[in-house]
Design a binder for this molecule. Structure first.
Ligand code: TYD
Ligand code: MG
Length: 453
């Protein structure tokens, strides 16, 4: 018999009710009632808690932890995004749009990890569907166990029996706990089942991966506190029309959030892209105008990315501006700077901007390449495919230094570029003669106009 009981609480004023209400009689808020568990009484032991003790306060210096507490996931890109492997006892939430490849990524990981027993719990797909997917991925693994179940009680019972080293839940929105009446996928169910999973993970030190759906506006469906409850939040994103998939860490208690993992979806699962530059630059043999290469750094990894611009006279009164893979507001700002601080005028022109490969970038070092591609397209003069750029552009038209310029220069040199244009202010400590590549330093936006044409 369950010793827990649930009530409904208004999320806005805390008013309590024994049944669900559409409008809170106390504060007048609509749709604010959410089912919550109250008075668990004496909690029954879960099957996985065979011999666990209640935690007691202890000195932080007495707490021991083993050095090897990170699990190698068998996938370099995933390890990198997690900060060097999966930490034991951590809860990882993987979000992404439907069909982007979350299940594929996690199943592939489960199949690739050697020597650990992994329980893959799927509430979305049948065992047969998962087997078909595993066949496509093409890896055999006896230690990867599949369970079709959505009730947390049952899942914990099975965990108690098979004693896995890692648990994957596909997806958190399909789970339900018996202590709540609301249907699977509701806010209260998501919160409660995630809390149960988190507790399980902390008590047993077994990592749990939760796959989560996202809503139309790109947030993980469910209460926002879901993201607070877990240790790591990863976003799996990409453009449906390109094969590339990017795994980005949004929150990570055990590593940096600036790391990117790049994958390519092909007919046999996800392929890890360990050298993104080659891939992002591959489709370019002719010298066309409107193309500039930016030397970027995402996380710890340098990569070269192609920026494409198309500039033409506005066909209708108001010029059109649109950007793919780049913040439109930032583009408008850069165009305004160009207009005001250089001899070049763009206010009557349509500007379309595209970052090749469907990759969205955050590194400000792309600014100069954006400006250069716009200028190149407007003048219809190709930049030359042996030149790249790495600098931020400020509001007064100054070309600003970016972090780790040496790393960018070395990467560009390694990939056969002959010239890199950087800010004059980022040359401190850089010996030009140590590089084969020509390093050109510019100070302001007019310099770049002069340099290019
Ligand atoms: P899936 O992992 O089911 O996505 P999610 O769990 O995020 O909803 O993604 C599957 C998509 O990937 C589907 O459109 C088919 C495609 N796919 C491949 O192209 N190659 C493969 O080897 C596999 C397994 C899937
Ligand atoms: Mg799926």
């Amino acid at each position: 018999m369950s010793k827990t009981k649930s009530t409904y609480f208004c999320q806005s004023c805390g008013n309590q009710s024994s049944k669900w209400l559409g409008k809170c009689p106390a504060c007048g808020e609509w749709n604010s009632f959410v089912e919550e568990v109250v008075s668990s009484g004496k909690e029954e032991k879960k099957p996985y808690q065979k011999n666990s003790k209640k935690p007691i306060p202890q000195s932080i210096s007495d707490i021991s932890f083993e050095k090897e507490s990170r699990i190698n996931t068998g996938m370099e890109e995933l390890n990198r995004v997690l900060g060097g492997g999966m930490v034991s006892g951590s809860v990882i939430l993987v979000g992404g749009e439907p069909g982007i490849g979350k299940s594929t990524l996690m199943l592939q990981m489960a199949l690739k990890i050697k020597g650990l027993r992994i329980l893959y719990v799927s509430g979305e797909e049948s065992g047969r569907q998962l087997k078909m997917r595993a066949d496509r991925i093409g890896i055999e693994n006896q230690d990867c166990l599949i369970l079709n179940e959505t009730s947390t009680n049952e899942i914990f019972r099975h965990i108690g029996e098979v004693e896995p080293n890692m648990v994957v839940i596909d997806s958190i929105q399909t789970l339900h706990t018996d202590v709540l009446e609301s249907s699977a996928g509701s806010i209260s169910q998501i919160r409660e089942t995630a809390a149960e999973m988190q507790k399980f993970s902390k008590i047993t030190n077994i990592p749990v991966v939760l796959i989560g759906h996202i809503t139309k506006d790109g947030n993980i469906a469910g209460p926002k506190i879901l993201e607070h409850m877990v240790d790591t939040v990863l976003n799996f994103e990409g453009d449906r029309h390109y094969g590339f998939r990017i795994l980005r860490s949004v929150k990570n208690r055990f590593g940096s959030t600036s790391e990117l993992g790049i994958f390519e979806m092909n007919s046999s699962g996800l392929r890890e892209v360990t050298n993104p530059s080659e891939l992002l630059l591959s489709q370019r043999d002719e010298n066309v105008s409107g193309v500039a290469i930016a030397a970027m750094i995402e996380g710890q990894r340098p990569m070269l990315i192609e920026v494409q611009a198309l500039v033409g006279p506005a066909a209708y009164g108001t010029p059109q501006r649109s950007a793919t893979g780049f913040d439109t507001r930032r583009m408008n700002m850069l165009l305004a700077v160009l207009e005001k601080r250089s001899s070049y005028k763009v206010s009557t022109k349509d500007v379309f901007l595209n970052i090749a490969g469907g990759i969205r970038v955050d590194d400000p070092a792309i600014d100069l390449a954006v400006i250069a591609s716009v200028l190149s397209s407007a003048e219809d003069i190709p930049i030359g495919n042996n030149v790249c750029f790495a600098a931020e552009v400020g509001l007064s038209g100054e070309i600003r230094a970016v972090s780790r310029t040496e790393k960018r220069i070395s990467e560009a040199e390694k990939l056969g570029f002959e010239k890199i244009i950087v800010s004059k202010y980022s040359l401190k400590g850089i010996e030009k003669q140590n590089y084969k590549i020509e390093i050109v330093a510019v100070k302001n936006i007019q310099d770049i106009v002069d340099e290019l044409f």
